[in-house]
Design a protein around this ligand. Structure first.
Ligand SMILES: Cc1cc2nc3c(=O)[nH]c(=O)nc-3n(C[C@H](O)[C@H](O)[C@H](O)COP(=O)(O)OP(=O)(O)OC[C@H]3O[C@@H](n4cnc5c(N)ncnc54)[C@H](O)[C@@H]3O)c2cc1C
Length: 378
């Protein structure tokens, strides 16, 4: 637990080398251009990072969740906007098909996502169903052998670029989560369209949009899991996704820390490096300690998931702590950079904006605390 196996070290180092040589140099430019980096997506796929824990028979790398977490932290260290695309492809679009899909669904949908041939997205959130995900209003109506979906999803990462979408519709809105079904839909099906593109505070190169379903006819073969069993699919998927966001947060935190340490040694005030001022040393100590704690929580959650433990508690604790750690570290890094930290010329300014999303998506910090408290008070 406290050291990596040779295999785990190898995947981490491979992802680190790629991230620092191929992703990091363009991160600032992508932040300004907001352009989704399809070429990096393809390179990540070639390295097997778009289906890290997908078995080889379905086109994946056949590794474990721990490997995925190690690789994702490295990608997010270089560019958290690229990292979230990888995270959605693996955790949110790929994992539910792996866990709940039929063999045919895995061949048809999981395999092209794992090889990077197709881009996946996960559409649960609606204008009035975010934290309260059971309040799904997208209607799912049975019509012969098909289901017909009508509704709008919002805040969908990879939305404008996705070919395959794992989504949800409700057969009985009054019954709330008990009426929810999960579906795999294709972007070129009639009735599927991309709505408003969101302009965001950070993770600019990841694309985010509404998805609009108008009379979207989905064959019953595309039902994922059981009819009205979709909420279980959604929640189980988010548990794993939260470990991915914890890894994303760790990457941001570690980068902020490394930049802050380097700058503190170089920048001089009152005739000495600011690293010699105790106030700065305390910030560095707090950042380092929190990163270490966040990494242990994240690695433990991934390890438990690899052992078949499907509980939410450790996933929520890792996500809560790592995301708040990323915000803390980015805040302190900007502080250590002083006025320069507020300038777009310095990377910590981007990290500060990128960190902000981690306490919001895949369950806000308040929702993680609800999950943890529910478990504690059971
Ligand atoms: C950039 C971005 C990308 C995203 N990507 C995706 C995606 O790919 N797929 C997808 O389905 N969704 C995605 N989301 C949606 C995201 O998961 C939701 O925004 C998030 O779950 C919060 O929902 P909400 O925005 O509706 O906030 P609300 O649910 O309206 O919450 C507002 C505030 O109230 C608090 N709150 C709500 N309920 C409670 C409660 N019971 N107790 C205490 N506090 C509470 C919240 O913590 C928050 O502070 C994305 C969002 C963003 C911003």
């Amino acid at each position: 637990m406290f050291d990596l196996s040779e295999d785990h070290r190898a995947i981490r180092d491979m992802a680190r080398d790629f991230a620092r040589s191929e992703i990091m140099p363009g991160a600032g430019e992508r932040d300004k251009s907001h352009i989704f980096p399809k070429e990096i997506f393809d390179q990540l796929a070639e390295l097997g990072l778009m289906g890290v824990f997908v078995p080889e028979e379905y086109g994946g790398s056949g590794l474990d969740i721990f490997s995925y977490v190690l690789a994702l932290e490295e990608i997010c260290y270089a560019d958290a906007g690229v990292g979230v695309t990888m995270s959605v492809q693996n955790s949110l679009a790929g994992w539910p098909v792996l866990a709940f899909g039929t063999h045919e669904q895995k061949l048809k949908y999981l395999a092209p996502m794992a090889t990077g041939e197709k881009i996946g997205c996960y559409a649960l959130t609606e204008p009035e169903a975010g934290s309260d995900a059971g309040a799904q209003r997208t209607k799912a109506t049975r019509d012969g052998d098909d289901y017909v979906l009508d509704g709008t999803k919002m805040w969908i990462t990879n939305g404008p670029n996705a070919d395959i979408c794992v989504t949800y519709g409700n057969m009985d809105v009054e019954a709330r989560h008990r009426g929810v079904c999960a579906f795999i839909v294709e972007a070129d099906m009639d009735g599927y369209s991309v709505g408003k593109i969101e302009e965001k505070m950070g993770i600019h190169c990841s694309s985010t949009s509404e998805l609009v379903f108008e009379g979207l006819r989905v064959p019953s073969d595309n039902l994922l899991g059981e009819e009205r069993g979709g909420f279980k699919v959604a929640m189980a998927t988010l548990d794993g996704g939260r470990i991915g966001i914890a890894a994303q947060a760790l990457g941001i935190a570690q980068r902020a820390y490394d930049l802050a340490v380097q700058y503190a040694k170089e920048r001089k005030t009152f005739g000495k490096p600011i690293a010699n001022h105790q106030a700065i040393q305390w910030k560095i100590a707090d950042m380092r300690t929190r990163i270490e704690a966040a990494r242990l929580l994240t690695h433990k959650a991934a390890w438990l998931k690899d052992q078949g433990h499907l509980g939410s508690l450790e996933c929520s604790m890792a996500k809560l702590y790592a995301s708040e750690c990323a915000n803390f570290c980015a805040y302190e890094a900007v502080q250590i950079f002083g006025g320069y930290g507020y300038s777009q010329e310095y990377e910590v300014e981007r990290l500060y904006r990128d960190a902000r999303i981690t306490t919001l998506y895949e369950g806000t910090s308040e929702i993680q605390r609800l999950v943890i408290a529910k478990n504690a008070l059971r």
